[in-house]
Design a protein around this ligand. Structure first.
Ligand code: AMP
Length: 200
């Protein structure tokens, strides 16, 4: 099945051809139509399965007409366990965002590096990819407002729980609008992950 049958726009198809994504991986066939339809998704997927593009592509399409937000308000929040994954995911948003007929600004923020440049960079950001601790610091210092978020992604949710981020995740969920699209990706469906799915 080609990407176009999943509802992917011709602009993004150009990007997919350039990036040599010739046909969708199985997880992409399943999640792309559901995410485009604003459904919640639970994806059990390993690294290497193509899980990142499975949410990046439909999220980018859903942003059409919604990117003009108040300053320091973001549309999409992607929570990840590590700095490396934050950079990697933001890179995929940047790569495919380039092909859209409208501008999408994405940014990665994470602990272990100075907070000030991240605070300054948080101007007119649409997609924020963040590790939980740093996200809370930024929200508490008013560098960022979370009340316009329409889509939340938890990527590598099992790893976030294994690294002890449960309390931070709960604190973040409490700051988000109740009505939102929830996309959860995890390599395993442990009872802890199922619990997050039930509660968030
Ligand atoms: P991920 O599981 O998201 O880390 O992706 C693993 C790798 O597969 C990355 O290098 C992606 O660029 C690549 N990839 C994802 N989807 C496709 C696709 N449909 N066709 C070719 N490569 C892909």
């Amino acid at each position: 099945m080609p990407f176009s049958s999943l509802g992917i726009s011709t602009h993004l198809i150009k990007g997919l051809e350039k990036e040599k994504y010739l046909k969708p991986y199985p997880i992409q066939e399943k999640t792309i139509p559901a995410i485009l339809n604003k459904k919640d998704v639970l994806g059990i997927a390993q690294t290497g399965s193509g899980k990142t593009a499975s949410y990046v592509l439909p999220i980018l399409m859903n942003l059409e007409g919604k990117t003009a937000t108040k300053n320091r308000h973001v549309n999409v929040l992607v929570l990840v366990p590590t700095r490396e994954l934050a950079d990697q995911v933001q890179g995929v948003f940047r790569t495919f965002g380039f092909y859209l007929p409208f501008r999408v600004k994405s940014l990665a923020v994470f602990g272990g590096s100075s907070i000030n440049p991240q605070m300054q960079a948080l101007q007119n950001v649409n997609v924020l990819v963040a590790t939980p601790g740093r996200l809370i610091e930024l929200a508490k210092s008013n560098a960022l407002h979370l009340d316009s978020i329409s889509t939340l992604v938890l990527d590598e949710a099992d790893k976030m729980l294994n690294l002890g981020f449960k309390d931070e995740m709960d604190e973040i969920f409490a700051m988000l609008p109740k009505k939102r699209q929830n996309l959860l990706f995890s390599a395993t469906l442990s009872p802890d992950v199922q619990n997050v799915e039930r509660l968030y």
